[in-house]
Design a protein around this ligand. Sequence first.
Ligand SMILES: *Cc1c(COP(=O)(O)O)cnc(C)c1O
Length: 423
Amino acid sequence: MNENLAVRDSKVIWHPYTQMLSADLPIAIVRAEGAYLYDEAGKGYIDAISSWWTNLHGHAHPHLASAISTQAHTLEHCIFAGFTHAPAVRLAERLLAHLPPTQARFFYSDNGSTAVEVALKMAFQYAYNQAKPRTKVIAFENAYHGDTFGAMAVGARSAFTAPFSPFLFEVEFIPLPTQDNFEAVKQLLLEKLQNKEVASFIFEPLVQGTAGMLTYLPAHLDALIALCKAHDTLTIADEVMTGFGRTGKLFATDYLTQKPDIMCFSKGLTGGFMALGVTTCTAKVYEAFLSEDRYKTFFHGHSYTGNPLACSVALASLDLVEKSDFQQNIDRITAQHTAFAKHISTHPRVGQARHMGTIVAVEIAAGKTSYFSSLRDSLYAFFLSRQILLRPLGNVVYILPPYCITDEDLAKCYQAIEDVLNK
Ligand SMILES: *Cc1c(COP(=O)(O)O)cnc(C)c1O
């Protein structure tokens, strides 16, 4: 047991999104604080991607840590069918106050993919329960909604999904709207809504994260949602990444005038402390499941549904979300990102610099690249050598930081990106 942790890891662990044959030994993290992860030697890394988009207020935040601890000494978990508990009820009550007023019901699960699975199943069964089954889903090209089968099916087909393509249900994809194609996209959506039995339209509101932080306009999304409403097709806003301030407002849907029927949350929901998923829906959706006919029940659930530890830390996170410095930090980061994007967009090796709220993305012009490109690997290694965790999506380098990140640390991230462009 004297062997170093990374070597022991390499004998027993299988890591996500990792080619284990060629991967470098993982970096063993022993503790974390604020925006920093610390390895065995005490070396600190700026967590500039919030540990896969989860962390909001900084690592090991004492307010969140003590909430879990207190809850663990009181009620760590109990079955959520036939039973309930205060953290789950309070979280629903408190979060509802921040959601569009049409959202009425909370369905708990335990991660982003399951929140999406629940949303898709709700939408299919919503139609089924009214004896007018609808079998199609519309999604955006380049979408990402998670790694389970339903979530994969409504995401872009890629090398990642190729082994599973025979098992993914058919989905109608439409392009992301731009100024140039907007009328055509609207027309295409209209045709699909008229000609197919469409149960739902699922989208990442305003920013497609995994696609490389591709942004699009609220007015465009509003128009597409309005078309769906006119055709009694449910709309699903997947706020798993965009939720809790990433886009500058608490939720990306806060930029919209048309509100979705169903919403999915995870990642930042617990401040990045615990796995938790929530799917919320309107009263109209919920009421389609109320019946004397027991077959209209929503038969879905997970062992850790509504876990009290996760709910209590989500409540503690909401305490911080509701403090004034939460929005101040978001606005501060937004201003820094805006200035950086403007500055870096003129660099000859930058294809495009995109930013929205606390997210900034720099697309490096380097011909055709992908997640598998060596450019991506060398960028990743370069940033690590600067003690910054930045995990490029193909040729797109993005920063999506915890809101406690200092201006000084942000400047280090910007400088590292500029330096790598100059190399
Ligand atoms: C990450 C992500 C998911 C999946 O969440 P997991 O918790 O990783 O399963 C779903 N939708 C979007 C938009 C995401 O970014």
